[in-house]
Structure formats: C-alpha cells, structure tokens
Design a protein around this ligand. Structure first.
Ligand code: FES
Ligand SMILES: [Fe+2]
Length: 418
C-alpha cells in the first residue's frame, strides 16, 4: 500500500488499540478486496469435516469471495483429501455445480475435458498433436486434514499448516475430533461486513444483555472469588482431561500477515452446567478420551475465521465466510461422538437449541452494528476489558492489513509471539 494519501491506510494507522475500527474500514470496497487477497487467500480455512467425504470420489464445494473450490476424497486412507479450483483449464467453465456429490472423474460440460480425482487432465478430444495434458491439471490448493477437520489454503507459500497443528493438537486431543461426526450444520447469513461478525464472536461483553439463555450456564457475571474458585478446580482436574496448565490458559499466537493464528482457553461452566443445554445436563455421550465432566469448556480458534467451542459431549465449529463487502455467512457445525445415534443418544433439537437462539440474536446485533457504523458521524468508542480478545483480533487485523516487508520475513521463518 502506498502510505500517506490512501485514506484506508491512514485509518489503519490511526486506529487506537483499545477502540473499535473506524467506519471506513467496514464499507470500503477496495479494502475488502485487499482483505480477501491478504487474509482469506493466504490463510488456512476450515472447509469441512472428513466424515462428509467417506468414499473415494465424494466431494464438497467450498465457496468464498467469488471463488469455488472442489474438496474431494482422492483415496481411501486417512488424509487422502485434496482441493482444487472448480475452474476448467480449457476456457474456464465451472466444473461442479452441486454443493456435494460423488464423481469417478470430473467432466467439463462445455467441451468435455475430463479430469481425474487428483485434478490431472485425463482426456481432451480434438486437441492438436503435441498438446501436453500434463500442463493443464486443475489448479491445486494446499489441503490438510487435522483432527478430522479439512483446511485449505489458496497460497502455495503460505505459512506452514504445521504451526497451527502443533499448537492446537494437545488442547484439542481430549475431544477426539477425528472420531466425531456432524449432527447438524446450519448457515446463518449475516448482512454485515465480516469483521463485525468476527468481532462480535470474539467478545462476551454483549452476552449479558443479549444472550439470557447462554448466560445461565456461561460467562463471567459471577463474583470474582467464585470464578477464581471454579477456575482453580479446572486447573486441578486438568491432568484427568489429558491437559497441562499450559493447555488451559488463554493463548494467542499469530503469524500476522500470513494468517496463521490460533487460540484456546479453558474456562468453567456455571451453576452445575455440564454442557450448553437448557437445564445444564449433558446432551450427548462423552467425546474422545473424556470419561467424566471436569467443570469446563474450551474456546478455540483455528485460523483467522474459524472458531470453536468444545463441551465434554459436543463441539461447535463456527466458520465465518465473506460473501461480499456486506454479506457474511456464519456456518455452525455441531459435532458429536461418531458412535452417537440421533434419537437414542441425543436429540437434535436439544443439541442445537442454545447456539441456534444465541446465533439468531448475534445476527440481529451484528446487523444493527453495521447500520450504526455506516453513519457518517460514527466514531469508534473505547473497548471494555471484557473485549480484550476482540482487541487482540483487531490488533492482528490492523497489523496484517498494514503489512511490511519486515513482518513478512518474520512470518516466513515461522516467528510467533504469545
Ligand atoms: S471450458 Fe471446459 S472443456 Fe472447454
Ligand atoms: Fe453473541
């Protein structure tokens, strides 16, 4: 970016830590394009769970910011999942239309070019002698499977996925995510800039006023001594969860401009709650290696726009995907133990109740927030200490969008800070 006259860069540089972002950053179309290039096309993005692709040839489409990606199981063994652009290498036709499906090969309906599940061009009729099929494979994207979760990255030189994996493997291990399956998945379209949706996710200052259902069993609206006591109990029970104290305290790491970022925090549930349910009772069988409730839940983050909440009996994944400057999809996936049977081991309506009502309330809050920051007279106000994590996020965002060559080098070498 050319410093000095660019009003967006000026707004980024003038952002004061501990405050909201200037309104311009929520409605500038050119900035949005830069965000797509710099954040979304350079970050590890969660696209699905491996249980969605059980058979070789099963695929799903992941759509983001006008791009469409085929995520396909290419082989039977674990991890044999690949991702490629849903764009024919002949004249660019889209190949697959259905959101999910099964194919032995991908055939372009325009002129019939045919690709294998690995994206290699297998057939192209009436091409001249000397045409080299090997140079016209579908464009490959990086693809990794971690704890059963599938991630892609558009950038070949993005920060290694292993940075994220190595930090998150231990705190997520007790939940055995690779041995879960999807109980429910639902998209909540939000008419707002993606940052407002993510900022809202990153703070619970609003939970008291906006989420009465949530606040019964969650949140910090209890006297500090009581909170400290509950936290102490969680720390004491950490080993029985397979966790060390290092895996409990809030950790925030980022590799800035290359978008490797992750976090987790373990915290107590309140008033005897064991899960995110109406009455606090467990909703489904224990996950992974968990054999008894230890009093807590874990918030985590995998990449810049994928967040999660792990209870002892189910896990929620939140994926925020921009559809445009002012359109964001918030997709929630509810994961349960892979052996759990609906109707016998859990009731879907009860399982999704809390985060369905909570997310509908969030959608309303976020859309009203967008309406307000659209005002010409809006000025960012100060954040509360209860919005510290949102402030971390904004700091990361501003650093990423004001990237310098120095930061880039630090990131390439895998540098990080706590
Ligand atoms: S555009 Fe796909 S075969 Fe021509
Ligand atoms: Fe909320």
């Amino acid at each position: 970016m050319n410093s000095g006259k660019d009003p967006v860069l000026v707004a980024l540089q003038n952002w004061r830590s501990g405050h909201g972002l200037p309104g311009l950053l929520y409605h500038d179309a050119a900035l949005y394009e830069r965000e797509v290039q710099r954040i979304f096309f350079r970050s590890w993005l969660y696209v699905g769970h491996q249980s969605q692709l059980p058979q070789r040839g099963d695929y799903l489409l992941f759509e983001i910011a006008g791009e469409s990606v085929i995520v396909v199981r290419q082989g039977e063994s674990a991890g044999q999942i690949g991702a490629m652009l849903n764009v024919c290498r002949h004249r660019g036709s889209k190949l697959c239309d259905a959101a999910t499906g099964h194919e032995a090969r991908f055939v372009c309906r325009y002129h019939g070019w045919t690709y294998g599940l690995d994206g290699a061009l297998r057939g192209a009729s009436h091409m001249p002698e000397g045409f080299d099929r090997s140079r016209h494979s579908l464009r490959q994207l990086q693809c990794r499977v971690f704890a059963g979760l599938i991630f892609i990255n558009f950038a070949a030189d993005a920060a290694p996925f292993e940075l994220l994996r190595d930090d998150m493997a231990a705190p997520l291990a007790p939940y055995g995510l690779e041995h879960t399956r999807i109980a429910h998945r639902q998209n909540y379209p939000i008419t707002s800039n993606w940052k407002l949706a993510v900022e809202n996710y990153c703070e619970c200052y609003h939970c008291g006023p906006a989420h009465p259902e949530y606040s019964v069993g969650h949140g910090r609206a209890i006297p500090k001594p009581e909170w400290d006591h509950l936290m102490h109990e969680i720390l004491a029970r950490a080993p029985q969860m397979g966790l060390t104290q290092h895996h409990i305290r809030r950790m925030w790491l980022d590799a800035g401009a290359f978008g490797v970022d992750r976090s987790f925090e373990r915290y107590p549930l309140l008033r005897g709650h064991q899960s995110g349910s109406r009455d606090g009772a467990r909703l489904a069988p224990f996950l992974g290696s968990i054999t008894g409730f230890d009093g807590g839940a874990t918030d985590f983050q995998l990449g810049p726009t994928t967040f999660g909440l792990a209870y002892c009996d189910h896990v929620l994944l939140y994926r925020f995907t921009p559809r445009g400057l002012r359109d964001t999809d918030c997709e929630i996936t509810w994961l349960v133990n892979e052996s759990a049977v609906e109707g016998r081991d859990y009731e879907r309506e009860q399982l999704i109740w809390l985060w369905h009502v909570t997310t509908l309330a969030d959608k309303s809050i976020i859309e009203r927030n967008q309406a307000g920051v659209d005002s010409r007279y809006y000025e960012p106000g100060p954040l509360s200490p209860m919005e510290d994590f949102a402030n971390h996020y904004l700091r990361w965002y501003v650093a990423t969008m004001s990237d310098t060559a120095g930061q880039t080098e630090r990131l390439r070498s895998g540098g990080q800070h706590a």
